[in-house]
Design a protein around this ligand. Sequence first.
Ligand SMILES: [Zn+2]
Length: 200
Amino acid sequence: MITISVKQPWAYLLCSGIKPIENRTWKLPERYKGQTILIHASGNAMTWQHTLAYIQSLDNSKEILDLFIKNNFNGEWLRSLHVSAIIGSVVFTDCVINHQSEWADKTHMAKLGEYELPSCLYPPYKPIYNWVASAPILFDKPIAAKGKLSFWDFPNIKSEKDEDGKDVCCCHLGIDEKYQVLSYGGGDYRCKYCGGKWYK
Ligand SMILES: [Zn+2]
């Protein structure tokens, strides 16, 4: 499945649904909109100092800092997060600039006559794209993997269509059923990793 590498703690915060925005200097490619994307936590995490400095640079940092205090997110917590592993998945549903979320890195606008335009239109600034994430899933057992730049394929997690057009799990993971399978009731089981149907 298609995977993207994200530094910790952002990878964890995305997959746990706390941070519904991924900020990038490039647009989310149209073909990846609306599909499940695996989140790989890069080998290099942010330092605690850089994490705090980044949050303070956001327009509404207070809400986020309060949330960190409430959840006991601190340097020790950051060091406890998995790195060099696929830790979960999200679906990116949209890509915008200046999303209203407190997690959205804003692109500042400038006046040009009667028009308001992103100040990034003047060099050397660039817009920040806010990728909107939904359907977060945090895996109970992360899968060790080396990261790559941009989007990349992790072949061991995948589903394939059966004759009825339903996605069926075709993962090659060797993970305990206890962690891999989600029950939707009525005998409907799904693989937590690929989202495909699972036959018990
Ligand atoms: Zn699967």
